[in-house]
Ligand binder design. Sequence first.
Ligand code: HBI
Length: 353
Amino acid sequence: MKLLFLSTPVGPLGSGLGGGVELTLLNLAMAMLGRGYELHVVAPAGSVAAQLSILEVGGNLQLTAQTQQRTDPIVLPPDSVLAAMWDLARQKQTQYDLLVNFAYDWLPFYLTPFFKRPIAHLVSMGSLTDAMDAVITQVVEQFPGTIGMHSRAQAETFPFADRCRCLGNGFDLSAYQFCAQPSEAFAWVGRIAPEKGLEDAVLAAKRAAVPLQIFGVIQDEAYWQQINQDHPDAPITYQGFLPTVKLQQALGQCRALLMTPHWLEAFGNVAIEAMACGVPVIAYRRGGPAEIVQDGKTGWLVEPDHIAGLVTAIERIDQIDRLACRRHVEAVYSLAAMGDRVDAWFQDVIHHY
Ligand code: HBI
């Protein structure tokens, strides 16, 4: 079987601009290669990924969907990399058994009926705009079973919640080392952008008087500057955007991961990465993380947007068994477990086409 993965158009693979979907695509590619599939990836120029054959495409990157308003019109920049990626897919489609779309963008869904090969769409975020809801709904109706999601919470933000496939996610756990004895620091990991709510974690760290290490690409510079201006005395250190090997080494040393999303996080890959290192997760009871964190067992769930709740959870973090966090990820979120779920989905899409 031959697969063609089409990546997100918001940034080259490896840049971090694609956020969680970059890691998801790489993990799924490894899982499918490991199961005997042949696989190529179409992605913006500058994409790098070890062991994968990438067809790089030039053109202007797409605007990020989460900065758009619900009623915004569809936007494509001139010389759009997304359009070029899907024209390449059109040209090469007969060489593949299945195309897999990772872009949260209107064009791939709109083009689905124009293609001669089946397309499986892995939707990486919750509902954001009316135009996306409408075009995904069209695909759900015309090609039942071809829409994949990460969590129930994410699916429930769409009008077709019960007609899409919930896949969770999966990680190569051999890349994450368990750490039994942490340092004093807490961690926050993610794209530094308003929807991720970093300021709440900074406030909680200040009130609990614990050091906070921040990891991730600075996607919104003004937002980052504002946090530093508002909290000049906060005990925070920016650790940069690290590749997985380095991220898990630093993250594993932390007492817990704080997840403070202001939007509905579709899944929350970083929660799995933390628990894979034995790091408990303190998260708002919102979106994917609310389904991943087992309250009192692998971390603490907190009333959304309640800083005081975060502080209480920080003070109780030693009640959580770090090994239980690792064991839970091995049981549910391994690459093998996710590979089983995705392989079954792909086979269903191909055979129902
Ligand atoms: N925005 N337009 C657009 N297209 C994407 O594929 C996209 C995005 N914003 C964020 C994003 N993908 C990924 O970070 C998701 O994993 C969240």
